[in-house]
Unconditional design. Structure first.
Length: 71
């Protein structure tokens, strides 16, 4: 993961795949909450995996602020 790039753009979640928070929100809006499914939805490949905990935290935070559930 390129921490310098992440520092330059706080909306960048995964530097390996150029995955941004907005793409995660888009996935959540259509009912995708799982890390692997979000990566597939974003047409990205699993690489280093360092973004997984960040994506999972963001999903929980976004769901909490939108009052959506994973049920």
């Amino acid at each position: 993961m390129d921490t310098q790039r992440k520092e330059q753009d706080p909306t960048l979640v995964c530097t390996c795949n150029d995955l941004y928070i907005e793409e995660i929100r888009d996935a959540i809006n259509i009912g995708i909450y799982d890390y692997l499914e979000i990566m597939q939805y974003s047409d990205t490949l699993l690489r280093c995996g360092e973004c997984q905990p960040h994506v999972e935290i963001l999903v929980k935070e976004i769901l909490a602020t939108t009052n959506k559930t994973t049920d």
